[in-house]
Structure formats: structure tokens, C-alpha cells
Design a protein around this ligand. Structure first.
Ligand SMILES: Nc1nc2c(ncn2[C@@H]2O[C@H](COP(=O)(O)OP(=O)(O)OP(=O)(O)O)[C@@H](O)[C@H]2O)c(=O)[nH]1
Ligand SMILES: [Mg+2]
Ligand SMILES: [Zn+2]
Length: 374
């Protein structure tokens, strides 16, 4: 499914051309405007098929903040048989105390559950350069003459990471690829061969997923939900019959259960409101679009109303409730019944907690130095 009015893309020859700073990229870089075009699932498959014609080393980039939304669906048959290195990007958004080792194991395990066999996973940040040298060395050692194809959903940071990798390998090279806050920045395949010819990289366009909130909000609202700095986890002590709103994009009703602390991981600028469950409907009706924003008027049509989904948990391990492309909420693992309301088509997932199970995690009653208790 693609968004209406967002077609208009694809001239075949533009695919293989060396990276041109086209009018669209120019406007994006200089004026922060995104011409609305998107790669459809079918076009995406074709591009990927072309990129993977030869045995390749796949650099599978995921955004750790949106792990579930980062996995590309429906490409299993295309990537089978190619070796996969996973780059766990945007680690800079997470509390400093989190162990990269633990994250790595968590990611390999969760990827495995989705049928992805990952040869090696490395924690990186294209933003601050963490782990990029090690990743470059790994790619160099593993490529063995094969092209390196960069794969990942839109906005996970493929082009940013590739720019970083190139910079670590060749200091004369500046920024080569256009990157931006807007999903759908790279439109076609872009191949780069490093001087000396020892490695060839192919950047690919990211797929947009209509199940991710970040792909559904307008450009303005995206700024309100996109984490641009290290996330301050927000800790809430909730008792039964209380509700949390994440802007006007998601609503979590804690219907029943043992009082517990939840930790919200979302962009710091995203407003979270707590209210009584009994008042939640009324609050939404009266304040969607003002107190409960985003969405704004421009994108509300597609993102209102919210639809409920019920979850029941018995006492057990800590888990995360993931709202794809918006954030996740960590629960301590107490008995509870939740009703989660999200816009139509937005994916909600339950997974073993990314952070909560760790010894140092904020856990029940604990807290990170930079977390806020509310
Ligand atoms: N905090 C943080 N932001 C990052 C990191 N890497 C990329 N970003 C940001 O994420 C956004 C998307 O980055 P791109 O490199 O354009 O992502 P892409 O995967 O190439 O996206 P498409 O071309 O749309 O598929 C930009 O706003 C980047 O600044 C990172 O390591 N940390
Ligand atoms: Mg890109
Ligand atoms: Zn909007």
C-alpha cells in the first residue's frame, strides 16, 4: 500500500547513475523540503533484485530505536544465500549505561526469530562515529571481492553510515550521499567504488512502511516524533485505570493489574500525558490536535481515530510494548491488562525487553541517571 499522491518516481536510467545532486536533493539539503515521492514495494524489490544479482555481502542497517520497524518484510527469498552483517545504528540515542554486547546478543536473537541469519552484528552510530572503524574493518575482511549492498528500511541511516564508512577508509572523501530526516531520501541505487577499487558499495533506497508512524506523519509532525538527541527515558508509576497518551498518536490504557513503573522511550520532544482511564475518551475528543499533538491538521486525516487492541500479561520477564516508528514502553513484567490504541495500520508488537532485563537496567523502581520520574 502506498500513500496517495506520492508517486511520480522512477526513470529507469537514473537508477544506475553515479550519485547526482538532483534538484530534489538540492532542495532537500538547502531548504529542508522533501518532494513527495516514494518507492513502492514492487519497485523496491526490483531494485534489490538488481543490486543482489551477484553473490554479495549485505550490510543490513537497522535503527535500534525502531528495531521492529527496521526489518524489511517480504525480501527473505531475495537475500537468502548472501552473507549478512548487521549494523545496529543510532546507538547514540540510548542511555550511556547500556552495554553494546548485550544489545548485540538481543538483536541477533530477535533477528533470528524473524528468520534472519546474521553472520556478525556491530553496534554503531553514524552520528558520532562509534563502532564505524570496526565495522569498516569487518566489511573489508569479509567482502572478499564481493560487492557490499546496503539494505534497510527508509530512515534507518544507511546513507549516513555509508558516508561515515567511506570517510574512515578514505580521508579525502567528503559527504557523498544525501541524507535527511525524511524517510524516502535515497530513491535509486547508488554505487560507489573506493579508490584502489578494493571495495564497492551499493546504497539502496529504503522501503517505506505504512505500519510505521514515522512514515505516516507529515514533515512537520515528523520533527515532533523523531529523536534527534539522546533519549531521556521517562518513568511513570502507573496504577490500574490510568492512561498514557503519546502525543495524539498512541494511547495506552493500563486497565487492570499490579501498580508498576513503565519507562517510555520516545523522542524527548514528544509530549506524554497521563490521565484517568475514565477521562481518556473525553480528553481525546476535546484535545486531539492541540494538547494531544501530533498529528497536526495536515496529517490527522490518516492518523485519527485510534483503534484499540487488548493485551493480557501474567507475571513474568520485563517486556517492551513497541509502537512502530514512534517508540517503545518498557513494562516490569507484572500481571497486567492493557488496551493500546493506535492509528489504523500502525503495528504494535510485544518483545522481550531490550533494556529492562539488564542487571543495570532501570527495572522496577530503579532509574537511569538521566531518566525523569513522573
Ligand atoms: N541519532 C542518530 N541519527 C542518525 C544516525 N544515522 C542517521 N541518523 C539520522 O537519521 C535520518 C535518516 O538518515 P539517512 O542516512 O538519510 O537514512 P537512510 O536509511 O539512507 O534513509 P532513506 O534514504 O530514506 O532510505 C537522518 O536525519 C540522519 O541524520 C545515528 O547514528 N544516530
Ligand atoms: Mg538514504
Ligand atoms: Zn502533521
Amino acid at each position: 500500500m502506498e500513500r496517495e499522491g506520492e508517486k511520480g518516481y522512477v526513470s529507469g536510467d537514473a537508477f544506475m547513475r553515479e550519485h547526482p545532486l538532483c534538484r530534489r536533493c538540492y532542495r532537500l539539503i538547502h531548504y529542508g523540503e522533501l518532494s513527495p515521492v516514494s518507492v513502492t514495494a514492487q519497485e523496491y524489490r526490483q531494485t534489490l533484485e538488481k543490486a543482489l544479482k551477484r553473490p554479495s555481502l549485505i550490510l543490513y542497517v537497522i535503527d535500534l530505536f525502531d528495531f521492529n520497524g527496521s526489518l524489511v518484510k517480504g525480501v527473505e527469498s531475495l537475500i537468502r544465500g548472501h552473507e549478512i552483517i548487521m549494523a545496529i545504528n543510532k546507538f547514540d540515542l540510548f542511555p550511556r549505561e547500556i552495554s553494546p554486547e548485550r544489545v548485540k546478543h538481543w538483536v541477533i536473537r530477535e533477528a533470528g526469530k524473524q528468520g534472519l541469519t546474521v553472520r556478525e552484528a556491530l553496534v554503531v552510530s553514524a552520528k558520532n562515529g562509534q563502532g564505524v572503524k570496526e565495522l569498516s574493518r569487518t566489511l573489508e575482511a569479509r567482502a572478499k571481492g564481493r560487492p557490499i549492498v546496503v539494505l534497510g528500511m527508509a530512515n534507518v541511516g544507511k546513507s549516513s553510515l555509508l558516508n561515515r564508512i567511506i570517510a574512515t577508509m578514505d580521508e579525502d572523501e567528503g559527504q557523498k550521499l544525501t541524507t535527511s530526516l525524511y524517510p524516502g531520501t535515497t530513491l535509486g541505487m547508488v554505487s560507489l567504488t573506493l579508490p584502489g577499487g578494493q571495495m564497492t558499495f551499493t546504497d539502496t533506497p529504503g522501503l517505506l512502511g505504512t505500519y510505521r508512524v514515522m512514515d505516516r506523519v507529515c514533515a512537520n509532525s515528523l520533527k515532533d516524533i523523531f529523536p534527534s538527541a539522546r533519549i531521556n527515558p521517562r518513568v511513570y508509576q502507573l496504577t490500574a485505570e490510568q492512561t498514557l497518551f503519546l502525543g495524539g498518536l498512541a494511547r495506552v490504557d493500563f486497565v487492570k493489574g499490579t501498580p508498576q513503573s513503565l519507562v517510555v522511550y520516545a523522542a524527548n520532544q514528544l509530549k506524554v500525558h497521563r490521565t484517568k482511564l475514565a477521562r481518556a475518551d473525553e480528553l481525546y475528543e476535546q484535545h486531539a490536535g492541540e494538547l494531544l499533538t501530533p498529528p497536526c491538521d495536515e496529517c490527522a486525516n490518516d492518523l485519527r481515530p485510534l483503534f484499540p487492541k487488548r493485551f493480557r500479561f501474567t507475571k513474568g520477564r520485563p517486556f517492551d510494548l513497541v509502537i512502530s516508528g514512534l517508540g517503545f514502553i518498557q513494562f516490569g513484567g507484572q500481571e497486567s491488562e492493557l488496551v493500546v490504541h493506535v492509528p489504523k495500520g500502525v503495528e504494535t508488537t510485544i518483545r522481550p525487553s531490550l533494556i529492562g532485563g539488564s542487571k543495570k537496567g532501570p527495572g522496577e523502581g530503579g532509574k537511569w541517571p538521566n531518566s525523569r520520574r513522573i
